[in-house]
Design a protein around this ligand. Structure first.
Ligand code: TRP
Ligand code: SF4
Length: 329
């Protein structure tokens, strides 16, 4: 797929939560870094979505967007290959959001799991519309594929459904997007739950090597393995899940001695720390260099926004034409 004209378009998005952790790196970024070579790619830092939770502290967003852009580049995303941009820089997302919001019922939205999980703390009109805005993020680029985690499947389904509805009402206009769910390694946090900044069980990429060592020491291990000599169950241990990603031949070199008791958790964690630090070192070095050039980072986001806006404006023109609301056209 070398010819630009035949490349499919992919779009993905991430909420600007600041610097990334190892779960984001292995769950999303590595995948995006590979995909950027074969697709026309748009990566959106979704500040409007973040505001649904962060509206009382909007001032944190600037730094969090900056940190996220730094991590995207440090992980290997190339701004010449993929447009990295801020959602609110492209006004067309909100225009299509409004149009989509005409075509979906409130009960459909109140039944979606993201809403039911959080509605006790987040019950705003905007939060109810979160997935509608996400559908607009995708369709305003006429994206074909959306590389995301399985947890987003319902949202991608909604985007596909809204594109179909639009096409039924107004004639074929929008691509009907599909999720690109790749197999990703399972990574859990220090407490054996999903790795997440909000649980504070995560391994941020921007930790120092010493901080990484300290954090790994706090990781939960198989509760039955108290000391060296006790047989362990690696498949029950978040440290082993990380070994699978960062230690070559973990199945042969870590799992068997854990099971026999020959390998103790302290040594096992040390080995993981070394391998993880080795893997993250080049990313951390690029990160440090990028942090020193803030103008470059904001330029990347501006250029990405310009490229994104161009495509979004074309799609919105076709949307307005299809609806016959391009009044002067
Ligand atoms: N809801 C997504 C998440 O929490 C973030 C997101 C917003 C997104 N808009 C998107 C992902 C568009 C893919 C495409 O991860
Ligand atoms: Fe986990 Fe390693 Fe301890 Fe086994 S030896 S329980 S894999 S930390």
């Amino acid at each position: 797929m070398n010819d630009t004209k035949t490349k499919e378009v992919i779009l993905s998005g991430m909420q600007p939560t600041g610097s990334l952790h190892v779960g984001n790196l292995e769950g999303a970024l590595r995948n995006w870094v590979e995909l950027q070579h074969d697709y026309e790619m748009y990566l959106c830092i979704v500040d409007w979505h973040a505001l649904t939770a962060e509206y009382q502290h909007p001032e944190v967003l600037k730094e969090q967007i900056f940190q996220m852009a730094v991590d995207f580049l440090a992980a290997g995303l190339e701004p010449e290959k993929c447009a990295i941009f801020i959602q609110s820089d492209v006004k067309e997302h909100l225009e299509l959001h409004w149009i989509f919001s005409l075509m979906i019922s409130v009960p459909t939205l109140t039944r979606l799991p993201t809403y039911t999980e959080k509605k006790d703390t987040l019950d705003s009109y905007a939060f109810l519309g979160y997935p509608v805005l996400q559908a607009a993020d995708i369709c305003v680029y006429n994206a074909h594929k959306v590389p995301v985690g399985k947890d987003q499947a319902k949202h991608i389904w909604l985007a596909n459904d809204l594109a179909k509805r639009f096409n039924n009402y107004y004639g074929p206009t929008l691509n009907e997007p599909e999720g690109l769910f790749r197999k990703i390694p399972l990574i859990l946090g220090s407490d054996n739950r999903k790795m997440s900044k909000s649980y504070n069980n995560h391994l941020p990429i921007d930790m120092t090597e010493e901080e990484t060592q300290k954090r790994i020491r706090t990781f939960y291990t198989d509760e039955k393995k108290i000391r060296r000599g006790d047989p362990g169950r690696p498949e029950q241990c978040p440290v082993f899940l990380l070994h699978r990603v960062y230690t070559p031949n973990a199945e042969e070199e870590v799992a068997p001695p854990c099971k026999t008791g020959e390998l103790g958790c302290v040594d096992c964690k040390k080995k993981l720390t070394d391998n993880l630090n080795d893997a993250l070192r080049p990313i951390r070095e690029r990160r440090t260099a990028l942090m020193a050039t803030p103008d470059y980072i904001w330029d990347v986001l501006t250029t990405g926004g310009n490229k994104a806006r161009k495509r979004a404006a074309e799609v919105m023109d076709s949307v307005r034409s299809a609806m016959k609301i391009n009044y002067r056209g």
